[in-house]
Design a protein around this ligand. Structure first.
Ligand SMILES: Cc1ncc(COP(=O)(O)O)c(C=O)c1O
Length: 318
């Protein structure tokens, strides 16, 4: 089959059975890192751009400006390259050097801002992107609020999982950053089977789990990239979240490294967190049930980080 552009390769990612806990549910990993840009965010990049084209918010030759932990930038950059838009991405400095280089390789301008200053601080990635978009008349998709983010997962990720499992999915496990993956996928699967349970994966240091429990929560620094938040984005929908599991940096990185060595699956730290959570969920669910876990991005993006023994030792996580 010949595709008209790289965009034809977005989605339809494979499901792979993991070695689950003995006596537990089966765990199927949805390998979103098989998308052409190496992450789940290819799905939303295209969707947010196409919606903006339709509504007239993005004119031919226009500029896209987005705060991103990197992957949404790649998803947007791929679609922008095909469609002829300029891109500027604002990325917090805790994200890997590989992600910054990758965005530049797609021709984007990349601005690095301090991590952990809070979304309303004028130095934050969100504030800087907002200011630039206003100054330059650029289009900011804003994945945190944009309904096309969960919408893309409702239209594609959810139906794929339903079809690939023949409707046999009891529990969905997915990391939560903007909330788009979990909200869109869970909404679709719950419509097909209201008994399907959705488990969100958060990090130690994020406020999402606390906020769902009705507590204020205090944002603290953590190392896993892409999940956890210091505010609650509009695309986080706690009404679709049956449970939140909080995973530490140590457990997330150890599980990602184990996946590479034990199963040949080379994925990012948020995938490690999600699989770590999924193993606990599967052990509790018991045999005969099926857990689907989303693996958001590729391991190459973290070679200088938790896949490096020296880096892990330096962080006290070896
Ligand atoms: C590596 C990684 N994992 C997980 C997520 C979380 O997905 P979502 O924003 O759909 O909640 C992101 C989002 O940026 C990510 O980059």
């Amino acid at each position: 089959m010949i595709h008209e552009s790289i965009l034809g390769l977005v989605g339809r990612t494979p499901l792979v059975r993991l070695k689950g806990p003995s006596g537990g549910a089966e765990i199927l990993a949805k390998l979103e890192y098989m998308n052409p840009g190496g992450s789940v965010k290819d799905r939303i990049g295209l969707a947010m751009i196409e919606a903006a084209e339709k509504s007239g918010r993005l004119a031919p030759g226009g500029e896209i400006i987005e705060p991103t932990s990197g992957n949404t930038g790649v998803g947007l950059a791929i679609a922008a390259a095909v469609k002829g838009y300029k891109c500027t991405f604002v990325i917090p400095d805790k994200m890997s050097a590989e992600k910054v280089s990758l965005l530049r390789a797609f021709g984007a301008q990349v601005i690095v801002t301090p991590a952990g200053v809070g979304p309303d601080d004028p130095r934050s990635d969100i504030s800087v992107a907002r200011r630039l978009a206003a100054e330059r008349g650029g289009f900011m998709p804003f994945q945190y609020d944009n309904p096309e983010n969960p919408g893309a997962h409702y239209r594609t990720t959810g139906p794929e999982i339903w079809t690939e499992t023949g409707g046999k999915v009891d529990i969905l496990v997915a990391g939560m950053g903007t909330g788009g993956t979990l909200s869109g996928t869970a909404r679709y699967l719950k419509e097909r089977n209201p008994a399907m349970r959705a488990v969100a994966v958060d990090t130690v240091g994020s406020i999402l789990a606390d906020r769902r429990a009705g507590k204020e929560g205090e944002a603290k620094f953590y190392l896993v990239e892409g999940i956890g938040m210091d505010f609650v984005p509009k695309n986080v929908d706690f009404s679709l979240t049956d449970e939140i599991v909080t995973v530490s940096d140590r457990d997330a990185f150890a599980e990602a490294r184990r996946l590479a060595r034990g199963e040949g699956i080379f994925a990012g730290g948020s995938a490690g967190a999600a699989v770590f959570a999924a193993r606990g969920v599967a052990a509790r669910a018991g045999p005969g049930r099926t857990v689907v876990v989303i693996l958001p991005d590729r391991g190459e993006r973290y070679l200088s980080k938790f896949y490096s023994d020296g880096w892990l030792e330096g962080k006290g996580l070896a």
